[in-house]
Design a protein around this ligand. Structure first.
Ligand code: SF4
Length: 76
């Protein structure tokens, strides 16, 4: 919720598009909430949720993307 308007936010206020790229980053990554630290577990969930962190190659090769995600989440 936007504290000023009370309306539902469409994007997380900490999500920032990288300049000159079609990629996004979390600007509070090291201090992100616990829910964010444990999300996502499945590429399928990221697709269902319309996650902005997905890249075109992830959509084209979801099994490979899942392997990369599993590795990333195991090191968090
Ligand atoms: S990881 Fe959490 S805090 Fe960071 S951009 Fe995504 S939703 Fe926002």
């Amino acid at each position: 919720m936007d504290p000023d308007t009370g309306k539902q936010l469409e994007l997380c206020p900490w999500l920032e598009k990288l300049p000159d790229q079609n990629k996004f980053t979390c600007t509070i990554y090291d201090d992100r909430p616990d829910d964010c630290k444990s999300y996502p577990v499945l590429i399928e969930d990221m697709i269902k949720d319309g996650c902005e962190m997905l890249e075109k190659q992830d959509l084209n090769h979801p099994k490979q993307a899942q392997k990369i995600l599993d590795t990333l989440m195991a090191t968090c």
